[in-house]
Design a protein. Structure first.
Length: 209
């Protein structure tokens, strides 16, 4: 059991199973931005092993990213040396180091963050005016929580035994509140994976006015 719950261990730079439903949605959202090629600059806050960044570079995006996992960044730099992916976190002054971008992507990160308000402020600071933040996190809602309870899967889903695992469990209401407090507006949500009521993840699309 310890191997199953040992936490985030980056053994390679491959995509994982969550990308099967996250990546198509992310690509669709980015395509909707319709930025000219010289404006297709994107910052990935929590780039992990670089696998998503590599996919986005393949779509013509100029990607910069950071992740607090030295192991993940080592995998990313070994596999994708031409993409500037560095060690760092939302607790750093990333805007001072990297500037601002038309788009910031942060996939399956906010549920791991001890200080989400600091995360949201950093997310906001990395964006140009009018820019868009795309934030995904596991979805939680009334019907899904009932289904988890009825199926006996609450302990597995909310396990406290996962090193570096999920410590915040977001609903659309609470994630919207976090983003609005940081200054974001025009916040929309998409649910992905399964039917909407039982979605695996939700994606917030938030604009910096």
């Amino acid at each position: 059991m310890s191997e199953e719950i040992s936490g985030y261990v980056w053994v390679n730079a491959e995509l994982n199973s969550s990308h099967e439903y996250l990546l198509p949605a992310l690509k669709g959202i980015l395509a909707g931005e319709r930025l000219p090629q010289d404006r297709k600059r994107l910052f990935e806050l929590g780039c992990g092993n670089g696998s998503v960044a590599n996919q986005l570079v393949g779509l013509g995006w100029d990607v910069t990213g950071v992740d607090p996992s030295e192991q993940g960044i080592a995998q990313a730099n070994a596999r994708f040396p031409s993409i500037p992916l560095r060690h760092g976190s939302a607790y750093d002054d990333l805007a001072a180091q990297y500037g601002s971008f038309p788009v910031v992507v942060s996939m399956e990160v906010v549920e791991h963050v001890y200080a989400p308000r600091k995360y949201a402020v950093t997310l906001y600071s990395l964006l140009e005016r009018g820019g868009v933040a795309i934030v995904s996190t596991p979805y939680h809602g009334y019907l899904k929580n009932l289904a988890l309870a009825a199926s006996g899967k609450m302990d597995a889903h909310f396990t406290a035994l996962w090193d570096h695992g999920h410590i915040k469990f977001w609903s659309e209401k609470t994630l919207r509140a976090l983003l609005e407090e940081a200054g974001f507006r025009d916040i929309q949500f998409r649910r992905v994976g399964r039917i909407p009521a039982l979605a695996k993840s939700m994606i917030a699309i938030a604009r910096k006015p």
